[in-house]
Design a protein around this ligand. Structure first.
Ligand code: HEC
Length: 119
């Protein structure tokens, strides 16, 4: 009896988290706001890497429209935002943006950097 109760609780938990995972993809509108607020200074309002704050940077920000970004998977870009890019002024945002906000802003970046594995 007890085992069956535990089992059904686990099963309900699993299906709830699966449903949440399905509905937790990014929201482009919210992502646009986050991007203009935190990212456009370097990456530019249109994602070309030509924002007003780039003069002092040792590594230029990514131009999201370029092949280098478009050939990257969502997971690669997601990790770059979350953990930052090593040896560059792109620091990780894990301490300032929630996981949902990172997904939102990633969705927005994908509007000018649609994934294209062939470049
Ligand atoms: C201080 C300037 C600066 C800010 C602010 C900034 N970035 Fe970056 N970003 C960079 C630089 C520099 C790189 C490294 C470019 C490279 O490696 O070619 C980079 C790389 C990236 C990459 C990896 C792109 C690729 O093709 O590998 C992503 C994704 C990214 N930034 C997203 C963001 C997001 C989202 C924000 C805002 C939450 C943000 N950046 C804020 C400077 C910045």
């Amino acid at each position: 009896m007890f085992v069956r109760l535990v089992l059904s609780v686990v099963l309900v938990g699993l299906s709830v988290s699966w449903t949440l995972a399905q509905t937790h993809s990014g929201n482009t509108k919210r992502g646009e706001k986050i991007f203009q607020q935190h990212c456009a200074g370097c990456h530019g309002t249109v994602g070309d890497g030509l924002g007003p704050d780039i003069k002092e940077l040792i590594v230029p920000p990514a131009d999201f429209r370029a092949v280098k970004s478009r050939t990257k998977t969502d997971m690669e870009l997601y990790l770059a935002i979350k953990q930052g890019v090593l040896f560059s002024p792109m620091h990780g945002w894990a301490d300032r943006l929630s996981d949902q906000e990172i997904r939102d802003v990633l969705n927005y970046i994908r509007t000018f950097a649609p994934f294209n594995p062939l470049g």
